[in-house]
Write a new protein. Sequence first.
Length: 184
Amino acid sequence: MIQSLYVSGYKSHELGIFHAKHPGIQIIKKALENELRRLIHEGLEWVIISGQPGVETWTAEVVIGLKEEFPQFKYSVITPFLDMEKNWNEEKQEKYAYILSKADFVTSVTKRPYEAPWQFVEKDKFIIQNTDALLLVYDEEHEGSPKYLKRLVEKYMERNEYELFTITSYDLQTIAEEIMRSEW
């Protein structure tokens, strides 16, 4: 049974999404909601994110909405380092502050400011070791940054019981078509 789930995927700029009103966000959030609902009904209790803009912050927004229906459902933000949002624009910082304020648990893996890329790898290793599965928004044809996390999880799965779920571009296209049909 999956009780804790790491959710990650593309950063917003990797998807060409540069504003909060982009129509693709609604599609990605619906795909995340569908998967989270399925897993909640199977026993999911915690969602873990690292707070990166994009899939992870959209996940937090979905979880905040689901908590109204499932009050026992929780989420945690585990960042790779302190002050991760320091160089982000004001809109991203405000959304991040809101997500942190609604989280059930917040911490940083290294407990210090950014030093080097190794902090991202350590964050991923820590979260993988402390969750039961990864839900990754990922398309093999457009790898981007999620490919590193996917490889890390696949290597971890060689020696450990862990599950990997993906939301692909095909899944997103299917949801986009469903949304279009429902709006007719």
